[in-house]
Design a protein around this ligand. Structure first.
Ligand SMILES: [Zn+2]
Length: 427
């Protein structure tokens, strides 16, 4: 039996709305003592299906951003008061912020085809003055390969659960395959739009601006994955999706979709700071490397791991330059080396326009998180310098970083990456 046409349109229009966040609020919370910190960690570990921690609970006296649904505001505020936590509202209405940031989204690539492109004679649409959808990222990397065949090779690291490609961009002047490698990726968390926006820009900088700093490409092979979670990313742009989606889009046993890919790596998997709840934002999956996207990244890294000196995972937000470990407060034996290079990088980064970054191990700055890609890159793939960079901002806009901050963010982070590249040339 077929639905009458009008009814079908009505059903479609009711279903075709993005998830709304009316009345959702983001609280900045500070635990004042061990007992209240433990409560915060318990909420993070056991109620992450309700409370969305935009930043992880770190330590006593550190500030944590938590998004609270309107139905739980009273419960949450009561908890804060009972356990003597400092709290205040940072974002009064998340839906309102989402509406405000719609102007920062580029029109979908398919509607732009055939129109004259904004960036002059450029053969791609990305211009880093707005956030672009997945097809625009594909178009960009393919145009790089087509325009600069002597520098850029694009292969596929595999496809996602929904069948979206996961491009692997190699930037190299060739040679016998003995050069040191920097492996960089972004977009493992869907809602962190600045991450693919940075990583694609870095590809552009290395390739189109090659002549300004040929040494970075002449002496180093770069392997770059601009989009690790293409299904989740697409969902954050979809008119029927969810702007604040974090996980991938593979179904679980129950009603909740998605695994946190950055808790799914097979190094100290499920040993703290990840969730066993399928509905949780940090759900670690049913087994290490249960998710195809995580396996694809693993295989891409392993294919060059013996030459890789540095692994970069770009995220937002908080302005941290993080080292392993995430699974323990203990530090790697060579932590001082990682810290010193990070310090040199951050010095240059901050010199651009004063943006402060904190440096330290993930656990010590952000709290426990196991099964993360950076821990695996170091502990599993043997890459010495493994860094997670949490870019702008510090929570004023959070994941909805205004598009007019994309280029300032990219320029300063690039100054830090250049310092690391210079060190890699001497390794
Ligand atoms: Zn992230």
């Amino acid at each position: 039996m077929r639905l009458p046409l009008a009814l079908a349109f009505f059903v479609a229009s009711v279903l075709a709305t993005q998830r709304r966040y009316d009345g959702y609020q983001v609280y900045e919370v500070t635990a004042k003592n061990k007992a209240s910190f433990d409560v915060l960690v318990k909420l993070y570990n056991e109620r992450s299906d309700i409370y969305d921690f935009w930043t992880e609970p770190r330590n006593v006296d550190f500030k944590t951003d938590v998004m609270v649904p309107p139905a739980y505001t009273k419960t949450f505020v009561n908890l804060m008061q009972v356990f003597d936590m400092e709290y205040h509202i940072k974002i009064a209405d998340v839906q309102n912020e989402i509406e405000q940031s719609r102007k920062d989204i580029a029109p979908p690539l398919k509607t732009r085809k055939g129109l004259s492109k904004s960036s002059g004679d450029s053969r791609y649409s990305l211009d880093w003055t707005s956030y672009s959808d997945l097809p625009a990222i594909y178009e960009f990397v393919n145009e790089m390969a087509a325009t600069y065949p002597n520098l850029v090779t694009v292969t596929s690291a595999g496809t996602s659960y929904e069948g979206n490609d996961m491009p692997l961009v190699k930037i190299s002047t060739g040679g016998s395959g003995e050069k040191n490698v920097i492996f960089a990726e972004g977009g493992i968390h869907a809602r962190e739009w600045i991450a693919p926006a940075y990583v694609t820009w870095m590809i552009r900088e290395l390739v189109e601006n090659y002549a300004a700093h040929p040494e970075y490409v002449d002496n180093i092979d770069w392997y770059i994955m601009p989009i690790l979670n293409p299904d989740g990313y697409t969902y954050t742009f979809s008119p029927t999706g969810d702007r604040l989606w974090r996980k991938n889009r593979a179904p679980n046993q129950g009603i909740c979709v998605g695994t946190d890919l950055n808790r799914n790596f097979d190094f100290q998997w499920n040993t703290g700071g990840s969730s066993s709840l399928e509905c949780g934002e940090t759900y670690h999956g049913g087994a290490p490397f249960s998710q195809v996207e995580a396996r694809n990244v693993r295989d891409a890294i392993l294919s060059v791991a013996n030459r890789t000196k540095v692994y970069f995972s770009f995220h937002s937000y908080g302005q941290y330059w993080l080292t392993p470990w995430g699974y323990t407060s203990a530090l790697p034996d060579d932590y001082q080396d990682l810290f010193d290079l990070a310090q040199s990088a951050v010095d240059k980064l901050t010199a651009v326009e004063g943006t402060p970054y904190k440096i330290g191990s993930s656990t010590n700055l952000l709290g426990l998180a196991s099964g993360c890609s950076d821990d695996w890159a170091k502990g599993g793939a043997g890459i010495k310098y493994s860094y997670t960079v949490e870019m702008r901002d510090k929570g004023t806009f959070g994941f909805q970083l205004p598009a007019n901050q994309i280029l300032p963010n990219n320029l300063e982070v690039w100054e830090g990456v250049k310092v690391v590249a210079e060190a890699v040339m001497l390794m």
